[in-house]
Design a protein around this ligand. Sequence first.
Ligand SMILES: Nc1ncnc2c1ncn2[C@@H]1O[C@H](COP(=O)(O)OP(=O)(O)OP(=O)(O)O)[C@@H](O)[C@H]1O
Ligand SMILES: [Mg+2]
Length: 389
Amino acid sequence: MAKSRVAAIDVGNDALKGIFGKLDHELYIPNIIAPDLEDRPVIGIEELDKKEVLDNIHIRVHSPALEENGVIYRVGNLATKTTNSQELDPGSSKSEEDQTLIMLFAALALDAVQSSDFKEKSDIVDANYTLGTGLPLREVKEGKDVGYRSQLLGSVHQVEFLVTPKHQGKKVNLKFDDVKVYPEGFAAYVNLVMDNDLKVINKELLDKQILIQDIGGLSTDIAVIRNRNVDDDKAQGFNLGVSESLEQIREEIRSRHGVELDSRRDIVDIITRKNNRHHIMVKGSRTNVHDITDHILLELAKKEYRFLRNVWSKNSQSEICYFVGGGSAVLKDYIKALNNKLDGYNIEFFEDEQESIWMMANAYYKLINQYIGTSSKDKKEDKAATEAK
Ligand SMILES: Nc1ncnc2c1ncn2[C@@H]1O[C@H](COP(=O)(O)OP(=O)(O)OP(=O)(O)O)[C@@H](O)[C@H]1O
Ligand SMILES: [Mg+2]
């Protein structure tokens, strides 16, 4: 049988995070796509190959799982530079958007062409994966994980690289040997209690009732963990994330300073970068926009805090709430200040924003490896049992 490579992919509304193989490859791609023509103008191939692959993802995707098959897309950074780029809207279902699949397939194809696990023959790579991924709790509760999984498993999906540096003309045929779809909130819990070798860490957390509030680009999920499991009935998903506030900031910067920023990405950069945070250039002068970002982020923090109150009041015996997701990194100081002033809940943030952002992908990686480990052990035991007969 062809080799099956492990992939753990969090297709976030804001950005895709992927971990591959034996932790030998990682990908972070902003979740933006733009339909395109085949011939995007480029300079010679030598010039093209000098460019960054991740800034120039240009592909055609064939898959029966897609509503629109065979369409050409710019993906990630390249898509931000077009006028017809698509970022997901609140209320959309990840499991039902072509965009989710386009991002997923693009990431897998990018991994496949650089991995020594697969051989390339006349520009064609046949790549087999065992995938661990996830969907928001809300969609899993609605049972959408089942259709999503079978769509992936059911056919071969092809990614063709068009005007992409180093990979122009290559075709990757993606096939899934197995797919596991985990609910996002549960995954965060696994990440908190298990290390990469699947050993239990944070033992004291294991039997506590805890809350995990995941603030993402478009959604906030609060998972209630009891008896080492997500309590499905108690968990709550909200269609609110950081993206709307980013749009609001963009709009206010436009109306107050007449500066047009390309995408939400630019705003994220303005509010998170180490140097010159909360500053933009206006006609060549460095200009402070902290007043704008501050009141909009505070409003969002208040809403997020209300979600917490709401869920905590219905789960009064919770001992702690962990804040994860990139949104938690942005809102940390605001939420902490509100909590000090108001209820004083036992809440915890991750110091390292990267840890917050990669939480889900790390969790899927642990879970899928654990799954592979136990299923191959079962097979060995089955085999031993048959041989013993
Ligand atoms: N260093 C950073 N780089 C990128 N985004 C950051 C960073 N720090 C904080 N953020 C914020 O995190 C948000 C994205 O969070 P995250 O990656 O958890 O979302 P997501 O998982 O893609 O979305 P969702 O959970 O809704 O599907 C961005 O909108 C941004 O405001
Ligand atoms: Mg997320």
